[in-house]
Ligand binder design. Structure first.
Ligand SMILES: NC(=O)C1=CN([C@@H]2O[C@H](COP(=O)(O)OP(=O)(O)OC[C@H]3O[C@@H](n4cnc5c(N)ncnc54)[C@H](OP(=O)(O)O)[C@@H]3O)[C@@H](O)[C@H]2O)C=CC1
Ligand SMILES: CC(=O)[C@@H](O)[C@H](O)COP(=O)(O)O
Ligand SMILES: [Mn+2]
Length: 391
């Protein structure tokens, strides 16, 4: 019988890539629920293409629109809306796997729901790991869930660690690769436009993560993500700039050996790895031919003067409490303001730093504590922007 996958964030960049992988395996995989944020027409179209059983929108007010869009396509797909319905999709007892690919902290309740229900979690939504921290890891353990990383770097690390013993992991160093984003060689970042920051040199991704890659906050979030996913202290996580995005990250062992995963930059590979693990399956990604690489593979240290956001990962982890939640929320609020052309590109980093030093909150004890810290950081940044202190 075909295995069932529920996809949250189905209309996004990861969601579409996942649907492409699923479509290559008829009879082996079938789609249960597709969930998205608010775009009813796009969700209905995705349901039609893959024959999903149910469609869910997080935005409750869009339920009539979703029902109408499904009906207009002659589909009998069940429709639901609201955050609770998204969490039901994430914890669905009928799903063999759930892909968590909403964008931002909006994915947090879904990750907790999947963890508590003991699901096989294919996790792209890094923000839920950054905010959920120890609490999410605890929910995964207690719920008996299995987490398979989809973020390309973490998929590479996961694969590189597959054969390592606990003792070998204890001394391993993680090398996270970073493309450097569109401004790797641009010395002056004043005046960066929304259009410039919204174009990634290697990956086609959603708007928020693309801007994060341009500020290097994406890598900061990935350092925090790695700390939790691989239970590794921050001082054993390093970042290296690798503009070609062919080596997706690696692990250095005490004997000098480095295990790494390489491939063409195509998210269908880590999605297929997570779907099939510990087996392998066809993803649709082109094979890497070392004899036909268009440019040499290069590596260099990151420039922390021009990209100070990167340092905030270690600072937030060191600070403890709710610092990583504050950092994530401040960044989400600042990136949204930048995309709305209310603040400059450099204002994003200033907002993150101000929030991190201005808001010292205790460690969360529950999901509602996480929401509270998240809300506080967002309103802190909003007030910085409204008062003109960040522009
Ligand atoms: N794109 C990539 O290559 C990579 C992405 N990631 C991570 O994966 C996640 C998704 O990124 P990406 O696909 O680029 O983002 P996109 O912006 O392309 O897509 C976001 C998706 O999330 C949906 N969505 C928004 N709010 C909710 C909600 N509350 N519940 C369920 N779905 C929701 C959107 O629906 P709607 O269309 O209705 O707005 C859309 O389907 C992010 O956390 C990102 O960091 C990690 C590695 C690589
Ligand atoms: C594809 C993926 O996993 C992204 O997170 C990607 O790594 C972004 O590239 P940067 O290295 O530029 O942040
Ligand atoms: Mn990544």
């Amino acid at each position: 019988m075909a295995k069932k996958i529920n996809i949250l964030g189905a209309t996004g960049s990861i969601g579409r890539s996942a649907l492409d992988v699923v479509s290559r395996h008829p009879g082996e995989w079938q789609v249960g629920v597709l969930a998205a944020g608010s775009r009813a027409e796009e969700l209905a179209a995705a349901c039609e293409a893959c024959g999903a059983e149910a469609a869910v929108l997080a935005d409750e007010s869009k339920l009539p629109e979703l029902q109408a869009a499904l009906k207009a396509r002659g589909l009998s797909t069940r429709a639901a809306a609201g955050e609770a319905a998204c969490c039901e999709a994430a914890s669905d007892p009928e799903a063999d796997a759930v892909l968590l690919a909403a964008s931002g902290a909006a994915g947090l309740p879904q990750a907790f729901a999947a963890a508590k229900a003991g699901k096989r979690m294919l996790l792209a939504n890094k923000e839920s790991v950054v905010c959920g921290g120890a609490l999410l890891q605890q929910a995964i353990r207690e719920g008996g869930a299995e987490l398979l990383p989809v973020d390309s770097e973490h998929s590479a690390i996961f694969q590189s660690l597959a054969a390592a013993t606990p003792a070998q992991r204890e001394k391993a160093v993680i090398w996270l690769t970073c493309s450097g984003g569109p401004f790797l060689r641009r010395m002056d970042l004043t005046g960066v436009t929304v259009e410039e920051a919204s174009t990634h040199p290697r990956w086609k991704m959603g708007r928020k993560i693309t801007v994060d890659s341009a500020t290097l906050m994406n890598k900061a979030l990935e350092v925090i993500e790695a700390r939790w996913l691989f239970d590794i202290p921050p001082e054993r996580i390093r970042v290296v700039i690798h503009p070609q995005s062919i080596l997706h990250s690696g692990v250095a062992f005490e004997d000098g050996a480095v295990m790494a995963e390489l491939g063409v930059p195509d998210m269908r590979t880590p999605i297929a790895v997570a779907m099939a693990w510990p087996e392998r399956t066809e993803s649709g990604a082109a094979a890497l031919d070392f004899t036909k690489l268009k440019e040499p593979l290069t590596f260099e240290a990151p420039d922390l003067e021009r990209f100070p956001q990167l340092k905030l990962a270690w600072e937030a982890l060191e600070a403890g409490g709710s610092a990583t939640i504050v950092l994530n929320a401040a960044n989400e609020a600042a990136v949204a303001a930048f995309l709305d052309r209310k603040i400059s590109f450099l204002g994003i980093g200033r907002a993150c730093r101000e929030a991190l030093s201005g808001l010292v909150l205790p460690a969360p004890k529950s999901l509602s504590d996480i929401y509270a810290a998240d809300r506080e950081a967002r309103s802190f940044v909003d007030s910085l922007i409204c008062s003109g202190r960040i522009s």
